[in-house]
Design a protein around this ligand. Structure first.
Ligand SMILES: [Fe+2]
Ligand SMILES: [Fe+2]
Length: 210
């Protein structure tokens, strides 16, 4: 059986006894403790997202891609579970990376410009193009979140099929870590950051400490 150690050195640089340990190491406990809260400013939330959640997601997607390629080498590219999972994964990875890049190159700089105007010139109303960008981003997030859970379901189906190896189970563990972190990632963006521009107030449930 092919193990994780046969993957490229960059993928095995972090300690990887159990698959979950690798993901936990990638996102340090310190970073988790410092997640933003409702009182955090826009620049602080953006900084955290760009320096904690985006690198974690990119690293995990690279790892999952390599893991899936290795599974394909073991099972053969005609395996029905592999074909269904890898087809979706390619689309999902592309979209997730495009979304992060769009935030870093367009939406976050737009927010930072508006923040400067707000404090320097006392501007109250966010520009219409920023509001449009935010609503488009929220819709994009919803689609990506759905795609990730669909991907997890397909991977679980594959891992539970008769005769499947440990690598599918590793894939599920690593993908579960991505889903968990993406939940927090979107909470920070959609519930803490973007409402500071659109004016929407976090409701009762959102007041729980996270
Ligand atoms: Fe993001
Ligand atoms: Fe996002």
């Amino acid at each position: 059986m092919v193990t994780l150690t046969t993957l490229s050195p960059s993928l095995t640089a972090a300690p990887c006894g159990a698959a979950g340990d690798r993901a936990a190491t990638a996102l340090s406990n310190q970073a988790r403790r410092e997640h933003p809260r409702r009182c955090s400013s826009c620049p602080d939330i953006v900084r955290h997202v760009v320096h904690v959640h985006h690198p974690f997601l990119r690293e995990q997607l690279t790892y999952l891609d390599a893991l899936l390629a290795e599974i394909g080498r073991q099972t053969g590219s005609e395996d029905v579970h592999w074909k269904r999972a890898s087809g979706l994964f390619v689309k999902l990875r592309t979209e997730l990376e495009q979304c992060m890049l769009h935030e870093e190159k367009s939406v976050f700089p737009q927010i930072e410009r508006w923040e400067r105007q707000r404090y320097q010139a006392g501007t109250r109303e966010p520009p219409a193009d920023l509001i449009q960008s935010i609503h488009a981003l929220e819709r994009w997030h919803a689609g990506l979140f759905h795609g990730l859970w669909l991907m997890l379901r397909r991977a679980r189906d594959a891992s539970e099929a008769p005769g499947r190896g440990a690598m599918w189970r590793d894939f599920v563990t690593e993908l579960s870590a991505v889903c968990d972190d993406f939940d927090q990632h979107l909470f920070e963006e959609d519930c803490l950051l973007l409402p500071q521009i659109t004016g929407w107030q976090v409701g009762h449930i959102g007041k729980r400490a996270r």
